[in-house]
Write a protein that binds this ligand. Structure first.
Ligand SMILES: *[C@@H]1O[C@H](CO)[C@@H](O)[C@H](O)[C@H]1NC(C)=O
Length: 274
């Protein structure tokens, strides 16, 4: 009796395992995100499953101790479909970096992200200069798209160290702040034929000017055309993505106090076969 019972239990276990695998497989197949295929040299090298939603890829440490009057940069990265945006909270209240966020205009143009099949990675930085007692608190990085919102928390405290950098900090501030990019697209995979919007949101005093460059050749400045549109908030729209758009795009933000650069990689995936 005993060996048979064991066999039945083992069999039930195996069947249960097989069934659950099959259910998982069916679910993936019916997922609307399960379409884009990556190919190279017309040989299938596998396909990715861009799930609708957002996942955090990188968050600051959960606890940060900062020397008084030091500067610190918090960094967060999220992957998602459609493209996630990232912003920051301090003790639950939204921090506005740059005039575009302050004005509340996110400048979405006529791109229907809901029908796109791509996946993208967005990175964001929060720059804290001259950290003092008023900067202590809980900072949250919020990444979201229309399907999901995820967050990571950091507790920032001043260290006990005594420093005398206060005077330098104050002097620096009165001369304005250099251009800094606080949110940008790191990578973007999208099906050929679709339009994409690459983020490049900058802040600084005075408000920085944005240029987009193909690759990293400073002579290849992208101009508005049928193919490209540079939005007032700094984002770059590329229309009707084709294989020729594969590669890098550099965003340069500049003001009289300094410049910043970020790099975005675009991968135009093969269209789905009908
Ligand atoms: C998009 O680009 C392809 C060539 O890459 C072209 O055949 C097609 O007509 C373009 N579509 C639109 C809407 O411009």
């Amino acid at each position: 009796m005993y060996p048979i019972t064991t066999q039945i239990i083992v069999m039930l276990f195996v069947v249960h395992f097989a069934l659950s695998r099959q259910v998982e497989f069916k679910k993936a197949e019916s997922d609307p995100g399960f379409t884009a295929k990556e190919r190279s040299n017309s040989k299938e090298v596998g396909h990715y499953v861009p799930k609708l939603g957002v996942r955090l890829q990188k968050t600051p440490a959960s606890f940060l101790s900062v020397v008084p009057f030091d500067s610190v940069t918090l960094e967060c990265e999220a992957e998602g479909n459609p493209s996630p945006t990232i912003y920051w909270l301090k003790n639950g209240r939204r921090i506005h970096q740059g005039t575009w966020e302050e004005s509340g205009l996110s400048q979405e143009i006529n791109i229907n992200e809901m029908v796109t099949r791509g996946v993208s990675r967005t990175r964001s930085r929060l720059y804290l200069d001259c950290v003092s007692a008023k900067d202590e608190g809980i900072f949250s990085c919020i990444a979201e798209n229309p399907y999901q919102r995820v967050s990571g928390k950091t507790n920032l405290k001043l260290s006990e160290e005594r420093e005398t950098r206060n005077a330098i900090c104050v002097a620096k501030k009165s001369f304005g702040t250099p251009a800094r990019i606080h949110m940008w697209t790191r990578t973007r995979i999208e099906t050929q034929g679709n339009d994409i919007q690459l983020f490049c949101r900058a802040s600084g005093n005075p408000q920085p000017k944005i240029n987009w460059i193909r690759g990293d050749d400073e002579n290849k400045i992208i101009k508005n055309s049928e193919k490209y549109k540079i939005l007032e908030n700094g984002d770059l729209v590329i229309r009707n993505l084709s294989w020729g758009d594969l590669g890098g795009y550099t965003c340069v933000a500049k003001n009289v106090n300094g410049a910043a650069k970020t790099f975005t990689f675009v991968y135009p995936a093969m269209p789905e076969e009908k």
